[in-house]
Design a protein around this ligand. Structure first.
Ligand code: PLP
Length: 369
């Protein structure tokens, strides 16, 4: 049996080789390598695609969150509420501003932030909430927004995994104060290197981020505040503009594959992610839970099927945050998920045969006790 990869970026490159190479050649010819015309064009295109008025293209998704935090004025002494079940970069933005991340547990069926636990975590130091559209599935924006409004907190969407996903029929990124995206190569819209973007309907905020990413400068060689070199790379922008044309068809295929998994996998040892009515996921990842992950992943390997684990340690128990004093048992749902979750193969170029083979292997799994 041929091995089924968890993710294979080369298939897409093979199909789009000439388009990618043309984009590269255009940037080389115009020498718009850092910021410049291709970066500005992609900012406009992606903002329009996501339904946002303004965009700041930056160097990666981590910087997109960091600069959003800075531009919102988050600083030392502030607290920022974040789900524990996410990639750690969701927390780096506040940490880089010397604010304290406060982690919240996830729901036991959607595996998204448990909004019902947020109010109890708010103190007089809380300044913002970062909601994460994890695995490509939108969190309940309205529910989190009403808490943010009640306590006068900023709400930032971490959309790193959610290009093209919809919340109540609307794309993400400008549903609250700001939204940050990653174009890391494996993302649904992935660069050929590093890239990111912050979106917002607040023009002043985006202007501020554009200055911060460019050495704190609005006018060349005049530096109004301490800034960063976090500009969007021209080559990445040109490739992303080219690839954006195909994002709808890739999302459609991901949704088709997800439907095949949902309809086809029937096994009491496999728990699927609940899909709330308000959320139309773009299925960056197809995550399941199983009672004995080591046993199940060994079985997948024996059957030549790749998998991922997103994520093996929840943020509050990462060594990097040991100084915050969390301990095992503090956020039990995220902890259970981290030790029982795994991600099945998911990328648009998977063939029907491969998806059916994954389904068949999943359905034949019997837990060996
Ligand atoms: C949820 C989440 N937030 C933030 C990031 C950070 O993005 P980047 O890797 O582009 O810095 C990622 C990407 O891996 C992510 O998955």
């Amino acid at each position: 049996m041929p091995y089924i990869e968890f993710m294979d970026l080369q298939r897409q490159y093979k199909t789009h080789k000439s388009g990618i190479e043309k984009a590269l050649a255009n940037v080389c010819a115009s020498a718009a390598f850092s910021g410049g015309e291709y970066a500005e064009q992609f900012e406009k295109e992606f903002a329009a695609y996501q339904g946002a008025r303004f965009a700041a293209g930056v160097s990666n998704g981590t910087d997109a969150l960091h600069l959003a935090m800075r531009a919102l004025g988050i600083q030392a002494g502030d607290e920022v509420i974040i789900p524990a079940n996410t990639f750690i970069a969701s927390a780096w933005g506040p940490v880089y501003t010397n604010a304290k991340p406060v982690f919240i547990d996830c729901e036991n069926d959607t595996w998204q932030i448990d909004v019902s636990q947020v109010e109890a975590a708010i103190t007089e130091k809380t300044k913002a909430i970062i909601g994460v559209h994890l695995y490509g599935q939108p969190f309940d924006v309205d529910a989190l927004k009403s808490i943010a409004c009640k306590y006068k907190l900023f709400l930032v969407e971490d959309c790193a995994q959610a290009h093209g996903a919809e919340y109540k029929g609307k794309r993400l990124g400008a549903l609250a104060d700001a939204g940050s995206f990653s174009f890391y190569p494996g993302k649904n819209l992935g660069a050929y290197g590093e890239a990111g973007m912050t979106l917002s309907n607040n023009e002043a905020l985006i202007k501020h981020i554009n200055a911060l990413k460019n050495h704190g400068s609005y006018i060349r060689y005049y530096h109004d505040e301490i800034g960063y070199n976090n500009r969007l790379d021209g080559i990445q922008a040109a490739i992303l503009s080219y690839k954006l044309r195909f994002l709808d068809s890739w999302t459609e295929r991901r949704r088709e594959i997800a439907k095949m998994y949902f309809d086809g996998i029937v096994n009491t040892n496999i728990v699927m992610q609940k899909q709330p009515d308000f959320a139309s996921s773009c299925f960056h990842l197809f995550v399941i839970e199983t009672p004995d992950r080591d046993d199940f992943t060994a079985y997948l390997q024996d059957n030549e099927i790749g998998y991922g684990v997103h994520y093996p340690v929840p943020c509050h128990l990462q060594k990097a945050f040991a100084h915050l004093g969390y301990k095992a048992g503090d956020l039990p749902v995220s902890e259970y998920h981290s030790t029982h979750c795994l991600s099945l193969p998911m990328f648009p170029e998977l063939t029907d045969w491969e998806v059916e083979r994954v389904i068949d292997v999943c359905n034949k799994y019997r837990r060996i006790i």
